[in-house]
Design a protein around this ligand. Structure first.
Ligand SMILES: CC(C)(COP(=O)(O)OP(=O)(O)OC[C@H]1O[C@@H](n2cnc3c(N)ncnc32)[C@H](O)[C@@H]1OP(=O)(O)O)[C@@H](O)C(=O)NCCC(=O)NCCS
Length: 192
């Protein structure tokens, strides 16, 4: 399995992989999430787009894009990891883990002070992420369950660079910040 930068020619494969990962059995948001990433790219907000390739076939993808942290001193350019996708047939074989590690390295190479995401603290906590609120950050939406809001800090992060994460408008156009009921209520009930 090889991880490399996605090329323009990979666009259809990336769409297929994202749609499959978030499709049936995953809330059926496949096409929606694929369209979100397409629009992030079209708007020029993508900072890294990596594909996992096995036997010449794209089986995974991770996207990293621009956001801000609304710090007291000024807006801070930061990055967000999303979406992370592995085709259902190839899940549980370490591809997601390898993509997360590569996304973190890409963010580091871009001199970002921080890389944020919303996701399972069990999954991402074991792969380098820590709770965002522990560093004074607030999620872009109050509908993000506390433990889901996570961050990796890099060397260029300074103490004052804290505040609310502000997504680019594409995320709001796709209603992709936080969760909505009934998923939100279900998670809150499960994790308190
Ligand atoms: C999440 C995802 C990218 C993981 O990819 P993967 O290649 O299967 O991950 P890895 O093989 O590196 O790790 C697998 C482990 O992660 C854990 N895991 C997978 N999905 C998880 C989730 N949603 N929540 C918590 N843990 C999860 C499992 O425990 C699994 O362990 P197992 O193999 O012992 O069962 C993949 O399942 C996927 O594409 N899911 C659908 C889209 C999605 O939910 N993306 C993340 C949104 S934040």
């Amino acid at each position: 399995m090889q991880i490399r930068d996605a090329l323009p020619v990979d666009a259809a494969d990336v769409r297929r992989v994202v749609a499959a990962a978030f499709g049936e059995g995953r809330g059926d948001h496949g096409d929606e999430v694929a369209a979100l990433w397409d629009d992030v790219v079209a708007a020029g907000h993508a900072r890294a787009s990596l594909v996992a390739v096995e036997d010449g076939e794209v089986v995974g993808h991770v996207g990293v894009s621009h956001s801000w942290v609304d710090a007291r001193r000024e807006l801070v350019d930061v990055l967000v990891l999303s979406p992370l996708s592995v085709v259902p047939e190839r899940q549980h074989s370490g591809i997601g883990t390898a993509l997360v590690a590569s996304a973190i390295e890409s963010a580091r190479a871009l001199y970002a002070p921080a890389l944020f995401l919303e996701g399972s603290p069990t999954y991402y906590g074991a792969r380098g992420f820590v709770p965002g609120r522990a560093h004074g950050f607030l999620p872009a939406s109050d509908r993000t369950p506390g433990p889901a809001f996570q961050v990796v800090l890099f060397d260029s992060h300074e103490e004052w660079m804290t505040g609310r994460l502000v997504y680019r408008d594409v995320w709001w156009q796709h209603d992709s910040a936080g969760l909505r009921d009934p998923d939100l209520a279900e998670l809150e009930e499960r994790f308190g």
